[in-house]
Design a protein around this ligand. Structure first.
Ligand SMILES: Cc1cc2nc3c(=O)[nH]c(=O)nc-3n(C[C@H](O)[C@H](O)[C@H](O)COP(=O)(O)OP(=O)(O)OC[C@H]3O[C@@H](n4cnc5c(N)ncnc54)[C@H](O)[C@@H]3O)c2cc1C
Length: 377
């Protein structure tokens, strides 16, 4: 058993922590207030090679490990949770494209996406089908001239306002398939939601009005799209865990500094058992989960199955992060409730990832099925 990071991984962590603290964190609130997408910083992430840490170099990735992707997700999210989403999306969409895209799609989307030059969304959810992915209605079929056409509505899609392209799940006669589609073409329209959090990323609906697609746009085999997305989730769900933990650890660190300075009843807050115990409990929860996430990533790097472990990370980590940030906000008293501190924003931002990529209940279904072999109804 080797429970430590390599020297190289420690160096990467240190470099990214400095970048997150000095370059990203000072602007975290700004992007929320303006709802602007932080394009320039996304590009910097591409330059640093963190948008596709674990993806092959031939596809524009950094050729490193899933554990390294986890380090990137945790550290970047300490500075800016929303920019941390770049690592999740790059890893998920990047992995799906790297496994199944044609040469044309690699050139058009995968390589520029990992450089931070293009944004490629993942479009699976629909107004009437989220957890129940098999219930999607968007469809790809051939017209009377034999051309492939795509029609349908996708809903709740991250980066909807700014994405250049999307990997779209659609029904075909043989099951659910994936297509990489440009969003800058006639027949595609968008509607942006007014969300409570992750505002610089933004979410909304995409409409495909019978647009023409080709076999070149196909990602993976016909009818194998759902399997491909679920394989990608095995990594992205753990990274979401570390993204959430990063935001919570930063909140905890800020709170530790605060309670050592702030006084009440003639003592610092840190001297009250009620305060110290809350810090200890949250630290313990986060440390347990953090190492569990790295174990899941280690399993991925060994090529071992880890769908249940990933589900546990996705179910537990955003929840514990939300509880931690909530406690941190309360420990800051009235100041925690202001927009001068990043705590209220982190709370809003992290709650979104309790839902995105599958809710806690859906993760529990996966774990229960892993334990009993029976999928609960
Ligand atoms: C911040 C954010 C980002 C997102 N980004 C994307 C994106 O980029 N691309 C994309 O395709 N989608 C995205 N989504 C959509 C997300 O994946 C879905 O919202 C999610 O899968 C839940 O689906 P739903 O909203 O339809 O809820 P529903 O499926 O209607 O579920 C509603 C509630 O019922 C519960 N429930 C449903 N079925 C069961 C069951 N069998 N047993 C027990 N409980 C159940 C759920 O846990 C949930 O609490 C995003 C969502 C958010 C909030």
């Amino acid at each position: 058993m080797e429970f430590s990071f390599s020297k190289e991984q420690e160096t990467m962590r240190e470099m990214l922590r400095g970048f997150a603290k000095n370059t990203l964190k000072p602007h975290y609130r700004h992007w929320d207030q303006t709802h602007e997408f932080p394009r320039e910083y996304w590009r910097k992430m591409g330059e640093l090679g963190v948008l596709g840490v674990a993806l092959p170099e031939k596809d524009g990735g950094s050729g490193s490990t899933a554990v390294a992707a986890g380090i990137a997700a945790e550290e970047i999210s300490r500075g800016d949770f929303n920019i941390g989403y770049g690592i999740i999306l790059g890893s998920l969409v990047g992995d799906i494209l790297s496994r199944g895209a044609t040469v044309m799609v690699r050139q058009e989307f995968l390589i520029p996406m990992l450089k931070g030059e293009k944004l490629v969304a993942i479009a699976v959810t629909e107004p009437e089908a989220g957890s129940d992915v098999r219930g999607i209605r968007a469809e790809a079929s051939r017209d009377c001239n034999g051309h492939l056409r795509l029609r349908g509505e996708k809903s709740g899609i991250s980066l909807v306002a700014v994405a250049d392209g999307a990997v779209v799940a659609a029904k075909e006669s043989g099951g659910i398939s994936l297509f990489a589609v440009s969003l800058q073409q006639p027949g595609v329209s968008r509607k942006v939601f007014d969300d409570m959090g992750t505002r610089p990323i933004g979410r909304g609906s995409l409409y495909f009005d019978d647009i023409m697609i080709t076999e070149e746009d196909r990602v993976g085999l016909s009818g194998q799209g759902l399997r491909s997305v679920l394989t990608g989730f095995d990594l992205s769900r753990v990274l979401i865990g570390l993204q959430s933990i990063g935001a919570a650890l930063e909140s905890l660190e800020e709170t530790i500094t605060y309670v050592k300075e702030r006084e009440a009843f003639g003592k610092t807050l840190a001297e009250f058992q009620g305060v110290g115990f809350t810090l200890a409990e949250r630290y313990a929860d986060l440390e347990l989960l953090r190492w569990y996430c790295y174990r899941a990533l280690w399993l991925q790097d060994q090529g071992l199955p880890h769908a249940a472990e990933s589900a546990i990370c996705k179910w537990r980590a955003p929840r514990v992060a939300v509880d931690t940030i909530h406690d941190c906000l309360i420990m800051h008293g009235q100041y925690g409730y202001t927009k001068d501190l990043p705590l209220e924003q982190r709370l809003r931002d992290v709650i979104g990832l309790e839902i995105g990529d599958g809710t806690a209940n859906i993760q529990k279904l996966i774990v229960a099925q892993h334990l009993t072999g029976i999928r609960p109804g």
